[in-house]
Design a binder for this molecule. Structure first.
Ligand SMILES: *[C@@H]1O[C@H](CO)[C@@H](O)[C@H](O)[C@H]1NC(C)=O
Ligand SMILES: *[C@@H]1O[C@H](CO)[C@@H](O)[C@H](O)[C@H]1NC(C)=O
Ligand SMILES: *[C@@H]1O[C@H](CO)[C@@H](O)[C@H](O)[C@H]1NC(C)=O
Length: 486
């Protein structure tokens, strides 16, 4: 290139040779100006120390992910305006430096994918999001999150946690979303929180769940227990608030009438990829009036026995609005003579083979209906076309056209027998001409009340009084009526 970068020129001019520009290299980080601050991206640079030349006190967002830091770089203490700091993908393991608690604007700290083995230090109260996923944490101090009253989101997934101290989150009074997936719990940790709404315990090798496992979570809306090794959910598993329960990809084979009976707000239930064979009766959901979505794919339903459950549960799950979106999940897997039939078809074919509810007669009936509709509409169209061809098109703005128009109106009017005592029937109303004009251009059918001067008042328009010349007779009024004929 023939020209140096403009910043080089500026640099040369300003520095006036006191030292060479090569002594102050531009930091290799990408910078974007924010509203009154800077977004600095120093990720993926193999750094072991912070590059020089950054405007520390301007930086609001700093990304130093995927570098080689083994400790918090000491230069970080000068970034006093920091709102979001990403240090994921480094090798941090040491103590959290004390300057972090001086940052009162920091709302997001990402320490994912580092080497932390324990967590003990509560961070500044302004923090809203803390990502500690993909570390090697196995111990969490009882006070680790105390005083973090703004913390909303905490990700502790992919660590080695097998146990959590009971009071760990009781002082994180805004904690809303807690991700504990891919840890080593053998039971649902006994935690209490009155703010937590979403708890993710997927892929934790859970073998059992106790009925009171989430009783201490008094605001819980969504619980993810997917991809564990649960063989059943205990009877009376209870939560007064839970709306969404994910039990997919476990080994559950059976539900009782008490499995969901203590979940009165259950709305979405995921049972995909379990070991269900027997179609459960609808009494399983008798206490779940708000249930609106069930996912059942990936189970090998047995229609053996052909009991009435097949039919009734099928109806319950599929009638409008359907609770099961994917109806392929309601198909028999065994016995072989009904495999690939829906539960409903399997039941009917076994017990009522003569009743015309099978696919063939349904299809025949549908085809019959469609042919009927097509034929009727064709005949109607033909008749209408015939009618139209008899009438030459009315040309507007000429006298002949107008008279023809009035003849048409007369003929329409003739077809409607006048019954003064009754309103027109629906069919009569359909035959009546459609009016295309305002009320004022209609002939006044109601009695006229003599009014002062040249005004008149029409009862049909209520109290609206319109000044209108009275001149001209009825016929001149009638001519302004426009009637659209189709
Ligand atoms: C958070 O930072 C503010 C401002 O520096 C400070 O006053 C407060 O004590 C800190 N809070 C915690 C929990 O360290
Ligand atoms: C933290 O960083 C990792 C890797 O860059 C990313 O996948 C994750 O979404 C980040 N977490 C948050 C809370 O932003
Ligand atoms: C399928 O086989 C079972 C016995 O395994 C039998 O009871 C049932 O009637 C058969 N159903 C149909 C539709 O043939």
């Amino acid at each position: 290139m023939g020209f140096a970068k403009p910043s080089r020129w500026l640099c040369l001019v300003l520095v006036l040779g006191s030292y060479s520009c090569e002594d102050a290299p531009e930091p290799p980080c990408r910078q974007v100006e924010l509203d009154g601050g800077l977004d600095v991206d120093c990720s993926d640079l193999g750094l072991t120390e912070m590059p020089v030349g950054l405007d520390y006190d301007q930086v609001e967002v700093l990304d130093v992910s995927n570098n080689n830091f083994v400790d918090f770089p000491p230069e970080l203490q000068y970034f006093t305006r920091l709102e979001k700091l990403t240090l994921s993908g480094n090798h941090l393991s040491g103590a959290i430096p004390s300057f972090l608690s001086k940052w009162d604007k920091l709302h997001t700290l990402n320490l994912s994918d580092n080497n932390y083995m324990s967590w003990a230090t509560p961070l500044n109260a302004s923090l809203r999001k803390l990502d500690l996923s993909k570390n090697k944490i196995n111990t969490i101090d009882e006070a680790a999150f105390s005083g973090m009253s703004s913390l909303h989101f905490l990700d502790l997934s992919e660590n080695r946690i097998s146990n959590l101290p009971a009071g760990a989150f009781s002082e994180a009074s805004s904690l809303d979303n807690l991700v504990l997936s891919r840890n080593e719990f053998s039971a649902v940790p006994d935690i209490s929180s009155s703010s937590l709404r979403s708890l993710d315990l997927s892929s934790c090798q859970l073998l059992t769940v106790s009925p009171r496992a989430v009783a201490g979570l008094t605001a819980l809306l969504a619980l993810d227990l997917s991809m564990n090794q649960l063989e059943f959910l205990p009877d009376h598993f209870s939560s007064g608030t839970l709306q969404q329960l994910d039990l997919s990809y476990n080994a559950v084979s059976d539900l009782t009438d008490h499995t969901f009976s203590s979940l009165p707000h259950l709305a979405v239930l995921d049972l995909r990829g379990n070991d269900f064979r027997d179609v459960f009766p609808t009494s399983v959901f008798a206490s779940n009036p708000f249930l609106r979505e069930l996912r059942l794919k990936g189970n090998r339903w047995s229609c053996d026995g052909f009991n009435l459950n097949l039919f009734i549960t099928y109806e319950y799950l599929t009638r409008e609005p359907p609770k099961v979106a994917d109806q392929r999940s309601l198909v028999c897997y065994s016995p072989f003579n009904v495999s690939q039939l829906s539960w409903q078809e399997a039941y009917i074919q076994t017990w009522h083979p003569s009743e015309g509810y099978d696919t063939f007669s349904m299809v025949a009936l549908m085809i019959g209906v469609i042919i009927g509709v097509v034929l009727t509409s064709a005949v109607c169209r033909g008749l209408m076309a015939l009618n139209r061809s008899e009438d030459p098109p009315a040309s507007s703005n000429n006298v002949a056209g107008e008279t023809r128009l009035s003849e048409r109106v007369e003929s329409v009017v003739l077809r409607i027998p006048l019954r003064e005592d009754l309103p027109p029937t629906y069919d009569e109303a359909l035959l009546m001409p459609r009016l295309n004009a305002s009320f004022h251009s209609l002939p006044d059918f109601v009695d006229e009340e003599p009014l002062a001067g040249r005004f008149r008042r029409s009862r049909s328009i209520g109290d609206l009084v319109e000044p209108r010349p009275r001149g001209g007779d009825r016929r001149s009024v009638r001519r302004t009526v426009q009637i659209s004929i189709e």
